[in-house]
Design a protein around this ligand. Structure first.
Ligand SMILES: NC(=O)c1ccc[n+]([C@@H]2O[C@H](COP(=O)([O-])OP(=O)(O)OC[C@H]3O[C@@H](n4cnc5c(N)ncnc54)[C@H](O)[C@@H]3O)[C@@H](O)[C@H]2O)c1
Ligand SMILES: [Zn+2]
Length: 664
């Protein structure tokens, strides 16, 4: 194929894919679409004489099917893309001396909100950039962050992104396993295509503003201040004076990405001054005064090679997708979860399909759906759930609306191994020198069945196995020995009791229970009396602890501590408590000023508690103080400053702690 043909092919594909995408039925993941755009852009740059007419790269969106077309007062454009720091430097070089804001590139859909004489008049989608769809009733009914009235005369146009919050998305999919949404962006777009707001009432959207035009011109020339003065929630903007500062904020946004309640696919740089942005003008499809820095994709497509049913520690049999390796969310993914039978049915997934895989942050990668069922060849196979346990061959039972499968055989070998691995895991007994493979070998040999069996192992017994040396056998035994100090909280986690979470374990300790036996003795009534422990959790806890009583006895006999540990007790507040009544957030890396040694964050937080503080995990309006260690991301500090939370360096706190006699 010659270059001209390739260009035509790529251009055709872009038009086709955009068409499906803007209809709400994407056929490829964004990353694949972007790769095709990039290839076309490069070919055209090298062969300008072969530029297709029309050139899809000069167009915005797609010639959408519009129900109620409205022409935009000025075009709604796309953004120029960057992936390298040099491009950020070039952007600053183009506008010497101009302040720039850096903000998240929100992954939803853009809207223009028009206000006339202080009254919300209409909301319009981007459409093809020139003409969009009137979605006023839907926005009125479903979007938060859209004031009905403004204190501003004349015509005001605010542009921004309507996103579906991740929490809304998750809650919706939980409530509708029969018709799950693919991802928050698609969900937001689909919501605004609905004919009647009542049919999509649970699908609330959040509007976050990033652009403002006023007529007559307002006196406020700073974009962010202008938006806030009118009462909008603006995208989180941070002012930067040079490329290095901007690059730092871009990195901070990318790191923060998983902690936010909305999807973002990059960071946007934009001239902070509204007049300067307008004066910079536009290219065919993007403004000159802005630049989008793209992050790594969190969604990709790949082939579903097989589905394997995995037996978990509580006997749940979960479908695991075996994938052709795909690089997504920063790592190569080969396995992903398919949740349960009902999700497989609802998403209509078959073995051999090209599936969309989503991996964001620490969440286990999952198969979000099949993008393009028309790609099927007929060779695909249905995913057939097992009727018997893949490990012990006992018949399975089905539970709940999502028809989860369970093996209820308490002697099921796979469950036994899973439970042992769980006991040895970091959050529980932390037997780090004995890995999963060893646990499996020992279980197969009949030496390990219950957690208490770890404590009867000897070096001599381990040395009878192949491929094990003196050194590692000694390490294993030492690691097991240390784990005898596991204590109430981590032992409870390690016993993998259904419905009892890590939070339950902490709450029991803080409520004053001295040992696992004491929890059992207090019965359902005693446990339910603890704040934030409900009757179902209490019942499950007591039922399983009763069943495990002989095991608790064996653990005790082996010298394993099931008593509460000092660190899990409510802190004894030091006299004079310098941080009394303060809610604090700790960020950055903390070290003891006397030795320079690093101090783990939970340890430092514990010291703050002893000094009277209440610990929070993120900065909010109710935070009194942000305590900063070394290497703090810029975004956290900005947020604290915005909320007028005091930002205090760790050195200040350390002196107060030492003075009150609180030391690690
Ligand atoms: N999967 C597919 O088949 C397919 C097809 C077409 C397009 N796409 C995807 O759509 C996107 C490209 O389309 P585009 O040109 O609309 O988007 P773009 O990436 O050029 O970005 C422009 C859009 O970013 C949004 N935005 C979010 N936060 C912003 C902020 N803080 N400031 C300014 N704008 C902000 C606005 O809605 C604006 O319209 C890409 O992500 C692409 O992968 C996918
Ligand atoms: Zn089984």
């Amino acid at each position: 194929m010659d270059v001209g043909e390739r260009i035509q092919e790529l251009a055709g594909r872009i038009v086709e894919w955009r068409d499906s995408y803007y209809r709400g039925e994407p056929v490829v993941a964004d990353a694949e679409y972007d790769a095709v755009e990039d290839e076309l852009r490069e070919l055209i740059a090298a062969h300008p004489e072969l530029t297709p007419v029309p050139n899809p790269l000069d167009a915005v969106g797609a010639p959408a099917v519009l129900h109620a077309p409205i022409r935009h007062s000025r075009p709604m454009l796309s953004l120029e893309k960057a992936t390298k720091p040099e491009q950020v430097e070039a952007f600053f070089a183009r506008f010497p001396g101009q302040p720039v804001v850096v903000m998240p590139k929100l992954d939803g859909l853009s809207l223009a909100l028009v206000y006339e004489d202080g009254r919300f008049a209409r909301a319009i989608t981007r459409g093809d950039g020139t003409t969009g769809d009137d979605v006023t009733p839907l926005v009125r009914a479903l979007a938060d962050g859209v004031p009905q009235k403004l204190d501003a005369p004349g015509r005001v146009e605010v542009r921004g992104e309507a996103v579906m919050l991740r929490s809304t998305f998750a809650a919706y999919n939980e409530a509708h396993p029969d018709k799950p949404l693919i991802n928050p962006r698609n969900a937001a777009a689909g919501t605004l295509r609905a004919k009647d707001p009542a049919t999509v009432a649970e699908r609330r959207l959040q509007f976050l503003a990033f652009d403002l035009q006023t007529d007559p011109d307002s006196t406020e020339s700073d974009l962010e201040q202008g938006l806030q003065a009118l009462g909008f929630t603006a995208a989180d903007m941070r002012h930067c004076d040079d490329a290095a500062a901007a690059q730092e904020v871009i990195t901070a946004i990318e790191q923060q990405r998983n902690d936010l309640d909305y999807d973002l696919d990059g960071a946007v740089l934009r001239l902070a001054d509204r007049d300067a942005f307008a004066a910079a003008g536009t290219r065919s499809s993007s403004p000159r005064g802005a630049l989008a820095f793209k992050f790594a994709a969190e969604e990709k497509t790949t082939i579903l090679a097989d589905v394997v049913w995995d037996v978990g520690k509580t006997g749940k049999i979960a479908p695991v997708a075996w994938l052709e390796p795909v690089f997504v969310g920063g790592t190569t993914v080969t396995r992903a979860t398919l949740s349960n039978q009902e999700v497989i049915r609802a998403r209509d997934v078959k073995i051999g399909d090209t599936v969309l895989v989503r991996r964001a942050g620490d969440v286990i990668p999952f198969v979000a759906g099949v993008l393009d069922a028309s790609r099927r060849t007929g060779e695909e196979r249905d995913i057939v759930p097992p009727t018997h346990c893949p490990s012990c061959n006992e018949p399975l039972t089905e539970q709940g609306n999502s028809r989860e499968l369970f093996c209820t055989n308490v002697a099921c070998p796979a469950q036994t191994v899973r439970r042992l691995i769980h006991w040895a895991s970091r959050a529980a007994a932390d037997i780090d020198a004995v890995g999963g493979v060893w646990i499996e070998r020992l279980a197969e040999a009949g030496i390990l069945e219950h957690p208490s069996d770890f404590y009867g192992l000897t070096k001599e017994r381990l040395l009878e196995f192949d491929r094990i040396g003196e050194v590692s056998a000694t390490r294993m035994i030492e690691s097991i020995d240390t784990s005898r100090q596991v204590g109430l909280r981590r032992a409870l986690i390690g016993l993998a009791i259904p419905m009892a979470s890590e939070g339950t374990a902490s709450r029991l300790c803080r409520a004053g229970f001295g040992s696992l036996e004491a929890v059992l003795e207090s019965g359902v009534d005693g446990v339910v009396a603890v704040d934030d422990i409900g009757p179902k959790v209490a019942a499950s806890l007591i039922e399983h602890l009763t069943r495990l009583e002989p095991e608790l006895e064996r653990l005790r006999a082996a010298g394993v501590s099931l008593d509460v540990r000092e660190e899990d007790l409510p802190p004894v507040v030091a006299a004079g408590a310098p941080l009394a009544g303060k809610t604090v957030v700790v960020t950055g890396s903390i070290s003891d000023p006397r030795t320079g040694e690093k101090v783990a964050r939970p340890v430092f937080q514990r010291l703050c508690e002893k000094a009277g503080a209440t610990i929070a995990s993120s900065v909010s309006a109710s935070t009194d103080m942000l305590i900063t260690g070394a290497d703090v991301g810029a975004a956290k500090i900005t947020k604290a400053e915005k909320l007028e939370v005091a930002v205090v360096d760790q050195s200040e706190i350390w002196s107060q702690l030492f003075e009150a006699g609180v030391t690690p």
